[in-house]
Design a protein around this ligand. Structure first.
Ligand SMILES: Cc1ncc(C[n+]2csc(CCOP(=O)(O)OP(=O)(O)O)c2C)c(N)n1
Ligand code: SF4
Length: 290
């Protein structure tokens, strides 16, 4: 890997600092296509960790299988690259055994909301202290462009050659409805905002979901004539609305818009805390009984 450490702007220098500090150079170059949004979002996660001053030993990155899930291989933390759809099951076990760890799950929309959908709603329902960053590219990237639970109705995929009939999931809304205490949406274009949304998600003590609109020019973009990766990023820039703006819009006006920002934040008891309290209570009851 070559990183320009010479005459570079402060911003680029900062990025190279992040690469040296948080990436595994021996696993680079990455496999992502030119223009893929996943690299930007992986960097956002690293920046959020840097801003919070988390130690690498205290942070664990968990992923399933998919283009997005490759991030766990590139990031130099305690990492586990698990099976498709099961990242949250592994992450739940890790968090229960080690509640002091910051457990961050990186997942694709298929991984998280199709095969892993049941794990998503139950992890959210427990409000277990995990932070989930969904690299949401509206399609199955790794396996060749099959439609996913977030492919918009009427759009195309390898398995929807005449247009997808299903309505798409709002992943952040789904997790919040199931019981998550923090739900936000960012985009590959809106870097600084997405970094701070991820940061706040990590700081939240319960289950946090940050649904980040990614860019897959290779499959979603090509099959839906969205133009180049730059065109897709510009679409995010030009169609983003805040939750406050969205609240004043009709469903017709909202159609095709990207609502980004903090969507919900509520305080509920966190699962591992409650679980440990239960263990302590039972131990005390046993002691009193003996
Ligand atoms: C149990 C199982 N079923 C199916 C697959 C094949 N598979 C690998 S990745 C993937 C979907 C990838 O889409 P997504 O999760 O949205 O991630 P992306 O590649 O778009 O980042 C599928 C179906 C698998 N690896 N394991
Ligand atoms: S197929 Fe799509 S999601 Fe996968 S690396 Fe290429 S651009 Fe990214």
């Amino acid at each position: 890997m070559t990183v320009n450490t010479g005459d570079v702007s402060k911003k680029t220098q900062k990025m190279s600092d992040l690469i040296y500090k948080y990436m595994r150079p021996e696993h680079l170059p990455h496999i992502w296509c030119p223009g893929c949004g996943n690299g930007i979002i992986m960097r956002d996660v690293a920046q959020a960790i840097e801003n919070l001053g988390l130690s690498r030993n205290q942070t664990i990155i968990v992923s399933g299988i998919g283009c997005s899930s490759r991030a766990a291989g590139y990031m130099d933390f305690n990492t586990i690259h698990t099976t498709h759809g099961r990242a949250l099951a592994f992450a739940t076990g890790i968090k229960l055994a080690n509640p002091e760890l910051e457990v961050i799950v990186i997942a694709g929309d298929g991984d998280l909301a199709a095969i892993g959908g049941n794990h998503l709603i139950h992890a959210a329902r427990r409000n277990i202290g995990l932070t989930v960053v969904c690299m949401n590219n509206n399609i199955y990237g790794m396996t060749g462009g099959q439609y996913s639970p977030t492919t918009p109705t009427g759009e195309f995929g390898t398995t929807a050659p005449y247009g997808n009939l299903d309505r798409s999931f709002d992943i952040a809304g789904l997790a919040y409805g199931a019981g998550a205490s923090y739900a936000a949406r960012g985009s590959a274009y809106h870097v600084q905002q997405t970094v701070s949304l991820i940061q706040e998600g990590i700081r939240n003590r319960g289950f946090s979901i940050i649904d980040v609109a990614s860019v897959c020019p290779t499959y979603y973009g090509r099959k839906n004539k969205k133009g180049s990766a730059v065109d897709m990023l510009k679409w995010q820039r030009d169609n983003a609305v805040t939750p406050e703006q969205a609240a004043k819009m009709t469903p017709e006006e909202l159609h095709g818009k990207l609502v980004i920002g903090l969507l919900h934040h509520t305080q509920y008891p966190e699962f591992t805390y409650q679980y440990n309290e239960l263990i302590e209570r039972l131990a005390k009851e046993r002691e009193d009984h003996e």
